[in-house]
Design a protein. Structure first.
Length: 229
């Protein structure tokens, strides 16, 4: 038998390792920002998104300036709305603080209204009485105390905004009581706010835990003592 002769391998052509032009990259140089904005190509996200923002921004700015130039009260209202909107935007991720501030504003409004109604009713009944509004300032101070007290505790066991909500609810109830008993409104609100801050604080939780441990030890001792027959 004749030996099988292997056929020589065909030499593969050596490919040049020249970098291919990337098809995704544009071959044309980038346009300036002004030309990109004016041409408004559909594939250019930056230019397409910028045009409606500029249009609506100019319209909103013109509307705000027109409203603010009507009168002094309109100017104050516009500035207040802008500051409130800025505060809401800055606090958009801090829901508990935003909730606490919103509820505190509502509590201040309600307590001021109830205090004014009570003063007006007492003035109509007694001609010698004067509308002082001292109770309203006391309620506003208590609302601020509830807001600050919830954030002064470093390790708050619960949600701080819920603490402020509970304190403000008690404060509004105290202002309703103050319509009929003006001497008891602010002290009652102070005791209520202080009680809520104490019950929702970490110190109150620790005291309650120690009291439960002491009661548990007393119960175990009573259970271990022999009863008299």
């Amino acid at each position: 038998m004749t030996p099988r002769v292997d056929s020589p391998k065909r030499a593969r052509p050596v490919r040049s390792r020249t970098p291919r032009p990337d098809a995704s990259k544009p071959t044309t140089p980038p346009l300036p920002l002004l030309r990109r904005f004016l041409r408004q190509e559909k594939t250019d996200d930056w230019a397409v998104r910028l045009l409606p923002r500029v249009v609506f921004g100019v319209a909103a700015l013109y509307t705000v300036i027109t409203l603010a130039s009507q009168s002094g009260s309109s100017f104050v209202a516009v500035v207040t709305a802008l500051l409130l909107g800025l505060a809401l935007w800055l606090l958009r991720r801090r829901t508990q603080l935003l909730l606490a501030i919103g509820v505190s504003i509502l509590a201040i409004a309600f307590t001021g209204y109830f205090s004014a109604v009570g003063d007006a009713a007492r003035t109509s009944e007694d001609a010698s009485a004067t509308v002082t509004g001292t109770a309203a300032f006391g309620y506003w101070a208590l609302a601020g105390m509830a807001l600050l007290g919830a954030w002064m505790v470093k390790e708050h066991p619960g949600r701080r905004g819920v603490t402020v909500v509970l304190a403000d609810v008690i404060l509004v109830i105290a202002s309703v009581v103050g319509m009929f008993l003006p001497e008891a409104g602010v002290p009652l609100g102070f005791l209520g706010v202080l009680g809520v801050l104490a019950m929702r604080g970490s110190s109150a939780k620790a005291v309650a835990g120690r009291a439960r441990q002491a009661l548990g030890r007393l119960r175990t001792r009573k259970a271990s003592d022999p009863t008299d027959s």
